[in-house]
Design a protein around this ligand. Structure first.
Ligand code: PLP
Length: 468
């Protein structure tokens, strides 16, 4: 059940990374991505970095995609890739599953966006509440960022407290309250301080954020205890994906956080944007056996379309979110709306995917094929005597270099990022779509794909050695 994976092997050799190794793969990459390069140059005139989001800016320039299906992508130069990014964890059933396309086409005939509510929204809401035991009521929004923003607003309104507790290295999207100590650190390990991760975030936001040490029970409990009366919420990623590098929380740690938040009546929020319907149908709450008060949703929930959502205990959601008749009392309740929230296309796609997941019990095979990939990666790394760490859980994985173990942000920052960058560039130059980002498998990935990824990994590691 708790198939937490953090596999490693000994450092047998200090591996030297030189500019030369980057150049080797870069030449191969450039040779096959001429059209992407041209498009990047054109794109960069109009789109900062040639992309719609920093996460998509992969050096030296991104591959521009022509189309995708199943576990594959094709770029505009005509090359095929085995995809390990899978829409950043969105496509658990692979790209463009037929059931989703059929249902969405049908819905499109009936209308694309109404603003008024429709049946699909009700059905998806009911389904989410049935599948996730921590959710009695849910609101749909458009991104994971909005999910965490609104869940935090709800909790703060409920507790009538502004301050929040968040864990160092946990990423909760890009709004001003949470892009703090997600990507960077400040202070000493036993005295974490808020570190603003982006220019343009007012310093005042940091003052209302208590930074907590991930996977450290004693440190977390003593910090929460000290600040308990001021905390409106504690938010945590049950698996810290983007910020830490796909590092699961210890079950005992989540339990301890749950207990202390109950003791002090502080709403506990699980950010399940990545883990919802990925770890289990009931998400991280089911997987870890720990029930939060509020849950943030996203990614898989939208069936491939933009989505976010947040929900939880009826008494909190009803009191803070349900509009009361007459004028809304926005002194007591939160404002939350959105032009595209609950649009019928996204709702239809999400419902189809959740129905499929419910019908097919995909998890045992998906997890075992991921484990096969993880084991194979480790074995190959060992063969080449590289210091390579494979982290992850269920069908999430990530590959790190130059580090034996990662439990928190301080550890993650010690990993050799340059080596990881070279390795992933090598994979992309040879038809595996991966970057130093959490990687995801889908039901469309086969044993043959896993073997192919492993063969390419072997070639990449061999070439990395020869570059030095
Ligand atoms: C845990 C977590 N929360 C929130 C977000 C933000 O989601 P979005 O990119 O949809 O705004 C992400 C994005 O990857 C995430 O990983």
């Amino acid at each position: 059940m708790f198939n937490f994976v953090q596999k490693r092997f000994k450092v047998l050799r200090i591996w030297k990374i030189g500019v030369q190794s980057v150049t080797g793969f870069e030449e191969q990459y450039r040779a096959r991505t001429q059209k992407s390069f041209n498009m990047f140059q054109e794109a960069s005139k109009y789109l900062p970095g040639g992309v719609a989001g920093n996460g998509k800016f992969i050096e030296p320039y991104p591959i521009y995609v022509r189309n995708a299906r199943g576990a594959r992508l094709w770029d505009i130069d005509g090359y095929e890739y085995t995809d390990l990014l899978m829409g950043a964890g969105v496509h658990i059933l692979g790209h463009s599953p037929k059931v989703v396309l059929d249902a969405v086409k049908k819905q499109m005939e009936k209308g694309i966006h109404y603003y008024m509510p429709a049946e699909a929204e009700v059905k998806l809401g009911k389904k989410v509440c049935q599948l996730m035991s921590a959710i009695d009521m849910v609101r749909f929004v458009n991104t994971g960022t909005e999910s965490t923003q609104m869940a935090l607003r709800t909790a703060r309104a409920y507790r009538k407290k502004d301050r929040i507790g968040k864990f160092e290295g946990n990423f909760h999207g890009q709004h001003d309250s949470v892009l703090i100590s997600a990507l960077s650190t400040a202070g000493e390990p036993n005295n974490l301080l808020p570190s603003i991760d982006s220019a343009g975030i007012p310093k005042a936001f940091a003052q209302d954020v208590l930074i907590l040490p991930y996977n450290d029970i004693d440190g977390t409990l003593s910090s929460i205890r000290k600040d308990a009366k001021d905390l409106g919420a504690v938010i945590v990623e049950p698996v810290s994906a983007f910020g830490l590098g796909s590092i699961p929380a210890d079950k005992e740690f989540l339990k301890a956080v749950r207990e202390i938040t109950i003791e002090n009546d502080i709403p506990l929020i699980f950010d399940e944007v990545v883990t919802n319907f990925r770890l289990a149908l009931g998400g991280a709450a089911e997987f870890f056996g720990v029930k939060p008060d509020l849950v943030c949703l996203g990614k898989i929930l939208g069936g491939g379309f933009a989505i976010g959502g947040y929900g939880g205990r009826k008494d909190i959601m009803d009191k803070m979110v349900t509009p009361k008749t007459g004028l809304w009392d926005l002194k007591e309740q939160i404002f939350q709306s959105g032009c595209f929230s609950g649009n019928p296309i996204t709702m239809t796609a999400g419902l189809v995917v959740l129905d499929e997941l419910e019908k097919k019990n995909i998890y045992p095979r998906l997890n075992s094929i991921t484990e096969k990939l993880q084991d194979g990666l480790i074995e190959i790394g060992e063969q080449f005597e590289y210091d390579m760490l494979v982290t992850g859980v269920s069908s999430i994985l990530q590959i790190h270099f130059g580090i034996k173990d990662i439990r928190n942000k301080r550890d993650a920052m010690k990993a050799n990022k340059a080596m990881a960058k070279t390795f992933h560039l090598g994979l992309r130059a040879k038809g595996i779509m991966a970057s130093a980002h959490p990687l995801f498998l889908s039901t469309e990935h086969t044993e043959k794909d896993v073997n192919h990824i492993l063969e390419v990994t072997e070639i990449v590691l061999k070439e990395m050695q020869s570059f030095n």
